[in-house]
Ligand binder design. Sequence first.
Ligand code: LLP
Length: 437
Amino acid sequence: MNYSKWLSMKTLEYRDDVLYFAGKNTLDISKEYGTPIYVINENTIRERYKNLKILLNSEYENNRIHYAVKANSNLSILKILHSEGAFFDCTSMGEIYTCFKAGISPVKIIYTGNMFTDEDFTFAVENKVLINLDSVSQLNRLAKIHDGLGVEKSVISFRINPEFGAGHHAHTITAGRTIKFGILEEQAIEAFSKAKDIGFKKFGIHQHIGSGVLNAQDFKKPVEKYISIIKKIANSLEIKFEFIDFGGGLGIPYRPLEEPLDYNIYKDVVIKPFKNLINSEDIGEPIFKIEPGRYLTAESSILLTQINTIKNNGYKLFAGVDAGFNTLLRPTLYNSYHHIIACNKKGKEPTLTYDITGPICESGDILGKNRELNRLEEKEILAILDVGAYGFTMSSTYNSRPRSSEILINNGKTFKIREAESLDDLLKHQIIPDHLK
Ligand code: LLP
């Protein structure tokens, strides 16, 4: 894929050497709202959802897309996906609560926590949210909570660990024998049989192998293993499944010229084996579920940041910007690549090699290493691309820097969907004991 096509997939283009995003002038946005700022194109999220839905429908109509809320939990983002018909995958009480605040009904949510507490269970059971367990040991505790609250034990799901994982970084690979998630093959039958004995009536099953998988072939082995486990459970316990969930993980092309995930391969290695399974086994008419986070939101957003210092230490060039790993953690935490471009294109300037660094007091605060950019100047604005998933949600106030604001673009209009935090916000929850007053 050529560079301008790659940019246009993310609704970016240069007009008269100024970068436009979703049809809006990025320099105007940064002037109007300040920096650093997350800017989100609503239309990209809607398009990604629609395209994925069309793809699934073309293979198997009884499907659901559960958006992984952890990728981006802004209320407006949830409302956009809700209006498209999405379901939701939550990993905490906080995410479920946020969904409720966005007007999402509990029946649209699957709660895939891990290391669940009794408080988590009580919240989910009271609110009638479907729970996806990831340890056999949790079953008795959950049953007690159902009994205590007098709530019927209806559907239960277990997360299977199919041992083969994949992902863009070791931290995001979520299957394997030494990985904390899910239930291994050896305990899978025990889990469902215990659930049946305890009184659960309906069953779902789940796997999520990891995050940021750009080579669709990486799904092949885990899916094969997952399906063989499902067959074993179904045959030995005569269980019918309400749904079979294949998790998220669909990667996006962060690097220029990188091709998107090959959806034909994804169909072949995920959807077709699922269809073969339900055609060959007597396991009911399960809903086919997936849980993408990154695929739906990553490419919808850019982070605009201003250069405050150009530093040449005689050995290396640094462009110091006002966003740091407090604003966008992925480059520091995973060594992730986010493409960085100037909002003012200056084709005639010489190309120089910069480290784009934030203001955090750690030398790991680098948003882009050894980037070739036309000569940069202080006060200029840069755009960091593909930050719509795990961007804002992983930001922090480290070094006592308030979190930035978020802007949504819809039909050529901009809407502030999050206020930047103030210095007072940083101190809001602190309490000074009397002896220090
Ligand atoms: N389902 C479950 C159970 C998950 O744990 C996750 C992600 C997803 C779905 C969505 O995965 P996605 O489609 O977005 O790849 N902070 C990391 C990603 C961690 C993902 C954790 N779980 C990053 O910035 O790359």
